[in-house]
Design a protein around this ligand. Structure first.
Ligand code: AMP
Ligand code: MG
Length: 350
């Protein structure tokens, strides 16, 4: 059953996955407006709810097992829907098991270290899901599109130059491989928005007072660099989608569809880990039984030794009684039928 579900999810997300080693050209390969024909917007809430429930269940198991960690990297251009996606997709999981880290323009202290330093500090622990709202990939995106940002990183001369981007791809792949080898699954999601949809969302941010805070004129000016960003994203996807940390390109023009895609990718990742509640061995079970006996012996006068257990037993009895009366009703019905047939049979023939 779980296997079938995993297979179904894998099939659904397969077209979103960037094949390791493939050369991506965003405009040619991925349509921001795509949505699966079999899904309708009116069903979106129901499907997302199911995804959220699966995530909640698996996240609880991930935390209990305390062996694997999951790192989700979310990248998008402004208005791509990162914040809303996190809010909706993670709405059902226990906040104790999830840590969201946003990355903005680096501080002076951060610039005083190697470029991966600040990201390494926010990695999830075992049993945790860490979400990077923007990630180390900014280091080959915004920093590439705006070379003056690289200047601010104070790199020594041999570490600069044109080779810097290929080197960063390699270093990032190596870093992620190290993490994957040590029990941290990495999922990378690029919310792929069209230029026109970004324009429309920016206009809403200008129009609606409650959205004004999200908007700055600089965001709109950044649209001048649209093609540079598309090229940087394409190159990043081509070089850093790996077997151990694949990229998924999420069609982002329809928010409801993007959220379903993201929740499906995450559910699939957790199903692959398949975390289990730790099994209690015989010695531990005996230990627990002993503890139970001690606690029950401490019950005050008149109190049930174990009120919760007593309640459970009472409930079970009630259910059994209901079940029995259902059976009794069925039996009576059957008896009436048989009785009617018998009565008919005994009716004297004319
Ligand atoms: P926001 O996520 O809208 O609050 O914006 C954060 C800003 O920080 C964006 O404009 C990013 O491009 C910028 N940013 C994030 N990481 C870096 C980085 N490593 N270097 C320079 N700017 C960055
Ligand atoms: Mg912004």
């Amino acid at each position: 059953m779980a296997d079938d579900r995993a297979k179904l999810l894998a099939k659904f997300i397969e077209p979103l996955r960037v094949e390791p080693g493939s050369k991506v050209k965003l405009a040619r390969d991925f349509d921001p407006g795509y949505k699966a024909s079999f899904l309708k917007k009116k069903d979106a809430a129901t499907v997302l709810e199911a995804g959220v429930a699966v995530l909640a269940e698996y996240q609880a198991r991930l935390a209990a097992q305390d062996t694997w960690g999951v790192l989700v990297c979310l990248q998008a251009l402004d208005a791509g829907g990162k914040d809303g996606t996190i809010r909706h997709v993670m709405s059902g999981v226990n906040p104790q098991g999830v840590r969201v880290s946003g990355f903005k323009v680096p501080s002076a202290e951060e610039l005083d270290h190697d470029y991966l330093w600040r990201y390494a500090q926010r990695l999830p622990g075992r049993g945790e899901i860490g979400i990077f709202n923007r990630s180390h990939y900014e280091e080959v995106l915004v920093v590439r599109v705006h070379p003056e940002l690289l200047d601010r990183q104070k790199l020594p001369a041999p570490a600069r130059g044109k080779a810097v981007w290929d080197r960063r791809y390699r270093e990032i792949n190596d870093w992620e491989r190290h993490l994957a080898d040590n029990g941290f699954k990495i999922v990378k999601l690029f919310l792929n928005l069209s230029k026109e949809e970004q324009r429309i969302r920016f206009l809403r941010r200008v129009d609606l007072p409650e959205k004004n805070w999200k908007f700055s004129a600089a965001d709109a000016r950044e649209r001048k660099y649209w093609d540079d960003y598309q090229a940087a994203f394409s190159d990043m996807l081509s070089h850093t989608s790996t077997g151990w940390a694949p990229w998924y390109v999420i069609p982002a023009d329809h928010k409801w569809f993007a959220r379903i895609c993201v929740s499906t990718v995450l559910a699939h990742t957790l199903m692959q880990i398949d975390p289990r509640y730790p099994v209690v061995d015989k010695a531990r079970r005996e230990d627990l039984a002993e503890t139970r006996a001690l606690l029950e012996a401490e019950a005050p006068k008149g109190a049930a030794p174990d009120p919760a257990r007593a309640e459970l037993a009472a409930k079970a009895r009630q259910e059994q009684a209901a079940e029995e009366s259902k059976q009794a009703r069925k039996q009576r019905k059957r008896m009436r039928k048989i009785g009617a047939k018998l009565a008919e049979a005994e009716r004297p023939k004319r």
